[in-house]
Design a protein around this ligand. Structure first.
Ligand code: ZN
Length: 343
């Protein structure tokens, strides 16, 4: 690994030494290049997921290797058919989008249609938008999304989300299986079958999650895949670790159900922490998210705090009890900056 060792803290160096003592990188992709990059073979298109080849299924759509709702518009694959893409994967993506909606909105992650707005499902009125400034329309009652703490210069945002945990997980797993090198595919057939609902395997599915502060430490998505070393520091670590970083967010998890991990069964294992470049500035702890359940989670509350000094755009617009104004006229007023005085 090439690093200018001198600049980094001892804690960061220790984290790197520990991690790279166990793992080697087998794939790594960024998405900030000027040209589109395609994985796979254009002249021999076989869907990695359903196994069908060109002729049996079509490959007309540009298949995003990493979801475009997290901002990838550069990395594609030739080995995802239109059927898998349009039916199964778009369903998983919309679950992931529901799960992250408020966070994507606030951290300005550009999806298919720009930065998503966050809207309350209950009424059409309550919403958070980020264009040139953060605008919050809400009634100041229990449905309020945003709570301004002027004294401490913090805005507490509170949202509600409805999602099926295992489908959120499958959205992430699909990205991991997409960047997996061909040579490793025989090791992950169980994970593939599970993702495609060909096999129903029960296991606890944990994802390590962290959220960094500041303005987009990962302006465009980055992904890495790691494989366990034969000679390693810790014996009991899973075979593959996947990392996905974009915006203020990092997800990491092991590829489940690998036969080479059977020896870990019933052993106490903790998820290896994958250090990222953002850890040099603000190291984070790993929060373990349990996505095992296939039961729909309904209206789960989740929150995020934003300090306004740390934000580039910090105008604050709250309009109280203006339900009588149709949304369009409010938008027009905003465009004319008539609400600037309430910043
Ligand atoms: Zn397919």
């Amino acid at each position: 690994m090439i690093m200018e060792q001198i600049k980094y803290s001892q804690a960061f160096k220790n984290a790197c030494n520990k991690y790279y003592g166990n793992y080697e990188k087998i794939a790594s992709y960024g998405t900030n290049q000027a040209e589109d990059v395609y994985l796979g073979d254009k002249n021999n298109q076989v869907c990695r997921f359903c196994g069908r080849k060109k002729g049996e299924v079509t490959f007309k759509k540009k298949a995003h290797a990493l979801s475009n709702l997290i901002g990838n518009d550069r990395l594609f694959s030739y080995y995802e058919c239109d059927d898998c893409n349009g039916n199964r994967f778009s369903k998983y993506e919309s679950e992931f989008s529901n799960y992250m909606k408020l966070l994507h909105c606030l951290s300005q992650v550009k999806g298919k249609r720009g930065i998503p707005s966050y809207k309350s499902r209950k009424d059409d009125f309550t919403r958070v938008d980020i264009k040139d400034f953060i605008s919050v329309f809400q009634k100041e009652d229990e449905t309020a999304i945003a709570h301004l703490d002027k004294k401490n210069k913090v805005i507490h945002f509170k949202g509600k989300r409805t999602y099926i945990p295992v489908n959120v997980y499958k959205c992430l797993l699909k990205m991991a299986l997409t960047v997996m090198p061909d040579s490793e595919l025989p090791e992950v057939t169980n994970a593939m079958d599970f993702m495609m609902d060909r096999k129903n395997i029960k296991k606890q599915l944990f994802v390590g999650y962290r959220q960094y502060g500041g303005i987009l430490p990962f302006p465009t998505p980055v992904t890495m895949l790691f494989k366990r070393k034969d000679k390693r520091v810790d014996e009991n670590v899973p075979l593959y670790m996947f990392l996905l970083a974009y915006g203020n967010f990092v997800f990491q998890f092991d590829i489940p159900f690998c036969p080479a991990d059977n020896f870990l069964f019933k052993k106490e294992i903790s998820m290896p922490y994958i250090p990222t470049i953002a850890d040099t500035i603000s190291p984070q702890g790993l929060k373990l998210l349990d996505f095992s359940s296939s039961e729909r989670v309904i209206k789960e509350e989740y929150s995020i705090d934003m300090k306004f000094e740390g934000m580039k755009r910090n105008w604050w617009v709250t309009i109280k009890y203006v339900l009588q104004h149709p949304w369009d006229s409010l938008k027009r007023l905003l465009t004319n900056n008539l609400f600037e005085m309430s910043k």
